[in-house]
Write a new protein. Structure first.
Ligand SMILES: [Fe+2]
Length: 439
């Protein structure tokens, strides 16, 4: 029992958690699912008969490539009025979201649009989630960022329907209750975490993912695999403290039998199809498997809780502006599949086998270490993943103290779920280990 991982229970009520719950948007997934977007909106109560105005939040590349046109044509044909805001940046800042919010208020006033569609990678989706939340709750983005960076106010209203359509297979932002934003002047990322920021529906169509270049395909897949593996190896929900009431139960609440099933399938789908998706991007079957694998990984990991690799990835991303997926890729061998293995070697033997390692005849500890070996081999096969933090961003020994300090001081939201406690010195050792995953 990890009593120090208190969530909200007062000291006189130190009981293990007994209840888990799963909260998800409606999900539609499969080839040409975009053709059901209008139906989805109607099902959420936005009828074309009421002359509704909606906003598609996306980026310029997706407009240029024609994908956004497919979405807006479909909606307009079904009788919906749609405006496109295509200003989402990669790893968006608070200022970037403020730009979208300003656009909404200028065009539609304080009440905003009748519905929102977030279309793109995790960045577009996080801008869409935050925009709807701030319009619905009033004020500005900073009001809802945790103290001391922001005002720490809680979201109390979800606002009008939000449908998210991911065009990468990775972040899981389409179903998660979190939006991640960069705070530029502080070199940190902050998450707004609330069930009110979660979308009402996710529509996943693999036909939008065949144009993803190999590098983004590979790096997004590593993020997805990270969610699945971190979710599979995090604390069981009943090893965490009981929430004093259902409302105070954290969104990352430990693994359950349900999240384990999703993790297992996700690891199988992702590790079994990523080589094909990267090296033969037109293969729609592999792309569909990746999109489904990323969704399942998110259902598992973003319910049970992402942990160590994610906690370490945010300081790295903030300082070096590295892509989230590649940061997770580089950190996972030393953290999730390195440092954490000692917490429960048998469990990591299972992970090794799910990743395709042959552990027959090995002792438990040796077999558990095969998870890391197999993961590194997979990354080498993809041929676009940096060999470690040094190659990723020129990280050296001198940078490690800052990174380790930031990890333990700013990422307790994630470290709380880690199956093995992490001190600053531990974090420094893991960063050191991650400088070079292979020669
Ligand atoms: Fe992630």
């Amino acid at each position: 029992m990890s009593y120090e991982r208190s969530v909200s229970a007062p000291e006189h009520d130190l009981q293990p958690e007994t209840v888990w719950h799963l909260q998800m948007p409606q999900i539609r997934c499969g080839r040409d699912a975009v053709e059901e977007l209008a139906f989805q909106l109607a099902d959420l109560g936005v009828s074309a008969d009421d002359d509704p105005h909606g906003l598609v939040v996306t980026d310029e590349d997706l407009v240029d490539i024609g994908h956004v046109g497919r979405v807006t044509d479909h909606l307009e044909d079904a009788g919906y009025n749609v405006t496109v805001w295509d200003g989402a940046d990669r790893e968006p800042t608070i200022e970037n979201v403020d730009g979208c919010i300003e656009f909404v208020r200028e065009n539609e006033g304080e009440d905003g649009y009748d519905f929102y569609v977030g279309f793109g990678g995790g960045s577009c989706i996080d801008v869409a989630k935050t925009t709807r939340a701030v319009i619905a709750n009033g004020g500005q983005v900073l009001d809802y960022i945790a103290e001391p960076t922001g005002g720490g106010e809680a979201l109390t209203d979800s606002g009008p329907p939000l449908v998210l359509m991911p065009t990468t297979a990775g972040t899981g932002a389409e179903i998660s209750p979190v939006a991640i934003l960069s705070v530029e002047e502080k070199e940190i990322k902050e998450g707004i975490s609330s069930n009110h920021i979660r979308a009402d529906a996710a529509v996943l169509d693999p036909t939008f993912t065949t144009t993803l270049p190999p590098e983004i395909t590979a790096k997004s897949a590593m993020d997805a695999l990270g969610h699945a593996i971190e979710g599979y190896t995090t604390h069981p929900f009943d090893g965490l403290l009981r929430a004093s009431n259902p409302e105070s139960r954290p969104v990352y609440a430990g693994r359950t039998e349900l999240t384990e099933m999703f993790s297992e399938k996700a690891i199988e789908l992702l590790s079994g199809n990523v080589r094909t998706a990267v090296h033969n991007g037109d293969n729609l079957e592999a792309r569909a498997a990746m999109l489904k694998g990323a969704l399942f990984g998110a259902i598992a990991g973003l319910t049970a809780g992402a942990s160590l690799a994610h906690a370490m990835a945010y300081p790295v991303g903030n300082r070096y502006h590295t892509y989230h997926g590649e940061t997770i890729a580089v950190l996972t061998p030393a953290s999730t599949l390195g440092y954490n293995v000692a917490s429960d070697p048998e469990r990591f033997v299972e992970v090794a086998n799910m990743l395709g390692a042959d552990t027959d005849g090995m002792g438990t500890r040796e077999a558990a270490d095969q998870a890391r070996q197999e993961f590194v081999r997979l990354q080498q096969d993809l041929n676009v993943i940096p060999s470690g933090l040094e190659e990723l961003a020129g990280v050296t020994e001198e940078d490690i103290d800052w990174l380790a300090t930031q990890t333990v001081e700013t990422q307790q939201r994630l470290l709380r779920c880690n199956p093995r406690p992490v001190t600053k010195d531990d974090a420094a050792d893991i960063f050191r280990d991650a400088l070079h995953n292979w020669e």
